[in-house]
Design a protein around this ligand. Structure first.
Ligand SMILES: Cc1ncc(COP(=O)(O)O)c(C=O)c1O
Length: 366
């Protein structure tokens, strides 16, 4: 087969960096893995049982494109009660992970040359999609004030995307910042997109759902992190009618529907109290924050389960050294930002692993 079989779009997606890290880590015997962006515990038993029951009862067929009515209703109630978003079931789309929702969103809205504003450091899939869809990326530092929005390019601005709590920094977006982004969306006609996949993991102050401030927001909800369902692939979105309709149409041609039995597990998940798990991560956040205090500079980790820390020298060299000298896996920060001297540390790990990680980081940072 000739290379020419590949579309020119494929030149605009690059996974070489992540592959390189995986290759390096390939034959470690007892790695300290602080690179993974997923909970270190399995989904609670009642959720697994609900999926098993659905399968045993023969729920193995396609569902409606938008998702089963029971989950759409439950999600609409969740959006209203937990997030303060005035929505209803007919404005909820169930999909297969927030990653799929992002695909549908870009397909529905982005032509080459359109502009996407990302709050930076930004989740790598947003950046990958901007590049793949040949859009222009504008990065806005997460500490931005309303005035900073006056200075950014606004031509062809289509999407304004952020995650709060943030992957990779754990930052929780402030109400006045959300208002400023909403004003920008109003002024330019762009769509404000709030990725709330880490909503449950807010430790000190309550995370604010953008849709409660600005009803025209597209809100993305994920089951992956909240309920440790990363491999089960389930998500939900709610937002303006036009965008919901377009994404649903595109889902017919792509995802088709979220896995049927998993949607039933989703109904059960929404009834599950995850407080003990969140409390556990709060303690782990405290542990790693205390461990690295005075050792290096880092963004204040307010939520999610990441700490974004500065390293001496280049991130790639640091990550390679961490693997070779300490069997420690962390993620180079350059996939989230244009700066090259940061790493992302995930504290979704067993406490003993975290202790080993902190000790290793302290020595590597010397
Ligand atoms: C901010 C953010 N959004 C979306 C996703 C994708 O999650 P999923 O496709 O599993 O729902 C992730 C996963 O790491 C994430 O960190």
């Amino acid at each position: 087969m000739k290379d020419a079989i590949l579309s020119s779009r494929m030149n605009h997606i690059d996974t070489s960096l992540i592959r390189k890290m995986f290759d390096l880590a390939g034959d470690l015997k007892n790695p300290i893995n602080l690179s993974i962006g997923q909970p270190h515990f399995p989904a609670p038993r009642n959720i697994v049982d609900a999926a098993a029951k659905a399968l045993t009862e023969g729920r193995t067929a396609y569902t409606q494109t938008q998702g089963i009515p029971q989950l759409r209703e439950a999600m609409a109630a969740h959006f209203r009660e937990k997030n303060g978003i005035a929505t209803q079931a007919d404005r909820v789309l169930i999909s297969s992970g927030v990653s799929s929702l992002l695909q549908l969103l870009f397909m529905a809205t982005i032509d080459p040359g359109d502009r996407v504003l990302l709050v930076s450091p930004a989740f790598l899939i947003y950046r990958g999609l901007v590049s793949f869809f040949r859009a222009e990326e504008t990065l806005l530092p997460q500490t931005f004030a309303a005035d900073d929005l006056k200075k950014i390019p606004k031509d062809r601005l289509k999407l304004i995307i952020y995650s709060s709590p943030s992957n990779p920094t754990g930052y929780i977006m402030k109400a006045e910042q959300i208002k400023a982004l909403a004003d920008l969306a109003e002024e330019t006609g762009a769509l404000l997109v709030s990725d709330e996949i880490y909503a449950l993991f807010d430790y000190d102050k309550k995370f604010i759902s953008a849709g409660s401030i600005y009803p025209e927001t597209l809100t993305l909800f994920g089951f992956s992190k909240s309920y440790s369902m990363t491999g089960l692939r389930l998500s939900a979105a709610t937002g303006p009618q036009t965008i919901m309709k377009a994404m649903t149409t595109l889902q017919q041609y792509t995802v088709v529907c979220a896995p049927s039995a998993v949607q039933w597990a989703g109904v059960e998940a929404l009834k599950t109290d995850m407080t003990p798990y969140v409390d556990d991560y709060r303690k782990k956040r405290d542990l790693i924050r205390a461990g690295l205090q005075g050792v290096t500079e880092f963004y204040e980790p307010e939520g999610a389960f990441y700490l974004f820390a500065k390293v001496p020298g280049e991130d790639m060299a640091f990550c390679e050294r961490a693997i070779k000298e300490k069997e420690l896996l962390v993620v180079p920060g350059r996939i989230f930002t244009n700066e090259t001297n940061w790493i992302r540390i995930s504290y979704a790990a067993e406490e003993s692993v975290l202790h080993r990680g902190i000790d290793a980081l302290k020595e590597l940072m010397k």
